[in-house]
Design a protein around this ligand. Structure first.
Ligand SMILES: Nc1ncnc2c1ncn2[C@@H]1O[C@H](COP(=O)(O)OP(=O)(O)OP(=O)(O)O)[C@@H](O)[C@H]1O
Ligand SMILES: [Mg+2]
Length: 218
């Protein structure tokens, strides 16, 4: 479903220096890998890799294949791919602060579905029943993270990308969230999680680690 070939990525820092994050990275999980943990020390490039897969960053070298198609290095083209197929749970939640929890989820509900019904059901699944009207800005870190997960689930994505999705959650909520990911996998999704959390990594079918600008299976 997903394949990266000879991926390279560098950032130009403020002082004009180039910081190379990936060089000759390849990634081609097999069909049986339905949940994948991406690990690596802080600053190794986990968020960068997920952002490229999500189509939020198109400034890279190499090829990105999704469902057999070579992906365009265009933010516009990738926005369409993301809207239709990819659920993203960013490291910081990235909610619209001036909107309520339910409005943040409604945004992701596919056309032709009842937005209120689907968004309410997704919030209930992440344990936020009764918090629909709460302003996103006033949610706790863990609540905001769960709204972000509900938003990603609302579109029934074929690919779910979650960046440290359980970082602000207690163990029980963490287990509940992994249960939700299992449901999505049961519906045919591939789940890729960047994580430092041992419990989350061992829950995954396979584990990769970013090392020396490449991705190695561990
Ligand atoms: N917009 C940017 N401009 C310049 N450098 C960046 C930018 N974003 C990330 N970097 C650098 O790229 C490297 C990889 O960052 P990234 O956020 O992908 O790491 P990470 O593995 O997700 O780390 P963490 O575990 O702390 O979340 C870091 O050295 C970071 O400083
Ligand atoms: Mg990160």
């Amino acid at each position: 479903m997903i394949e990266m070939r000879d991926l390279s990525k560098s950032y130009i820092e403020r002082n004009g220096e180039e910081r190379r994050v990936f060089e000759g990275l390849s990634f081609s999980p097999e069909k049986g890998e339905r949940s994948i943990a991406i690990t690596g020390r802080s600053g190794a490039g986990k968020t960068t890799l997920l952002r490229i897969i999500a189509g939020l960053d198109v400034q890279y070298g190499g090829e990105y294949w999704l469902d057999g198609g070579l992906q365009e290095k265009s933010l516009r083209a990738m926005a369409k791919v993301r809207r239709e197929r990819i659920g993203v749970v960013p490291q910081d939640g990235m909610l619209l602060g001036d909107r309520s929890a339910i409005e943040n989820v409604k945004i992701a509900v596919p056309p032709k579905c009842d937005k209120v019904v689907v968004a309410t059901a997704c919030l209930e699944r992440v344990g936020l029943h009764g918090r629909e009207k709460a302003s996103a800005r006033k949610l706790s870190g863990g609540e905001a993270q769960r709204v972000a997960i509900a938003r990603a689930m609302a579109k029934k994505p074929k690919l779910l990308l979650a960046d440290e999705p359980t970082a602000s959650l207690d163990e029980r909520t963490e287990r509940d969230i992994l249960g939700l990911f299992d449901t999505l996998i049961g519906e045919g999704a591939l789940v890729i999680v960047a994580t430092h959390n041992e419990a989350v990594a061992s829950w995954c079918d396979s584990r990769y680690r970013i090392e020396e600008r490449r991705l190695v299976r561990v």
